[in-house]
Design a protein. Sequence first.
Lengths: 258, 269
Amino acid sequence: MIKSFFEPLRVLNRRAMVSLVIAEVIIALVVWQLSGGGLIPTPLKVLQTLGKIVQDPSFIDNLFASLVLTIKGMFISIVIALVISYLSIVPLFNPIARFVIKCRYLTLTGLTFLFTLWTQNGHELKLSLLIFGIVPFFVTSLLSVVDGINKQEFELCTTLRMGSWKTLWEVIIVGRLDQVFEVMRQNFAIAWLMITSVEGLSMSEGGLGVMLIRANKYVQLDVVFSTLVIIFLLGIFFDYILGKFREWLFPYTKLSTR
Amino acid sequence: MNANVYTKHEPLLTAEHLTLQYGDKTILRDINFCIHDIHRPNMQQGQVVSLIGRSGIGKTQLFKMLSGLIQPTQGVVKIDNDQHPVKAGEVGIVPQNYILFNHRTIYHNLKIGLDNAAVKLTEDEKKRIIEDYAGTFQLTEHLKKYPAQLSGGQRQRVSIIQQVLTGNKFILLDEPFSGLDVLMIDKVIQLLIKVSTLHEENTLIIVSHDIENAAAISDTVWVLGKEEGKEGATIIQEYDLCEMGYAWQPEIRQDAGFQQLVATIKKQL
């Protein structure tokens, strides 16, 4: 069995794979524990701090602030990105969609001042920056979904006497809704990553990002690591939930061609 | 049923001087053929014709021109009794990979055909028709399944019926025998015969490189090939299988004369 772990292209059964993952996690933790100490907190220290953070009354507020901001930002971003992506097949709007994609290369830091002028308060500023940061990534993924549609699907619609708007509805909107969900799931990680950056712009509302910034400022590395673990675990949890939700909503995505 | 008794009537589909060029490259050149309405006594006899050619000769491009999906550089495709130029949507297509809407169940895939049919029906009427066709073509137990749950042969059947339900009298089939085993090929042949005899004007156009199976169910075969010194494929031979006595005979593949014909066509490719 051990030999199979080192064989290229070898497909392991579920039990063997779970054993392998557990073994590697244990090894990583042991290496971390043994090499830790000094400035870098050990896993045990991180675990202890994690317990304290979770019990802290302000933790729930911070967690809630980050979650609300992320979910709100994600929701508004996906609506904007969907509108831009669906309209991209109308020639008039295609250049706009292509430009939005390129906005991935604009840094948020340089635009903070502009957004501060446009928004009324700290929450709006964070939300708008988050949306501005996420939308180009959403549009990029959604346009690749649209571009990846087999031309024959459009031809099928033509032979079934469907007009262009009905084709848009059937093939791109309804037909790719499952993939929109997948794009959402994949890009949730980007939103989650950005949240810690944008929260630093207005710290009055708190949030996991604010916790990180404060802990970094006072070199409380055990708090930094524990907060990172919380952010990491929450990210994995949401990834799993969105994946399951997709399977439940779109059962055909789980089916394989015979 | 006497296979020798038949009459040919008005043209249903005519290809006139079809030429397709991409830049300086000629893909198809001066293609001409005509599909006539064939009548046989005491039955609904549709038309089944084959366009046979080697892989890469431009069959799929011809397929798209006949269905109005692409415009020829020169020439015109005319359909129906009034022989008007074909428009996209008037000719059904069944692509080689049997494209269906993967997010819809088989029932809803078939219903889309009826939803867009010229004749407007109530939901109950649509349900009855779908169930009727599903019964005839052994798909009843698959109506609630998604396309990904069906085999290639089953998807092909759904794809064909979807086009029939849309009301398309003309259905183009791209390589309908490709990738199927011998038993499945026989089933497909039976299915195509059944579809062709549903209505007097139903016309199936098979584009294939499988000479034997395509010719076995056709009333006319056109061979696509290249003429020496000329660029682009064109029709190099027409075989009227009704006249030759090979049409509409279920066991024709066992006939020595038919096999000789298959060998002759093979040499022409």
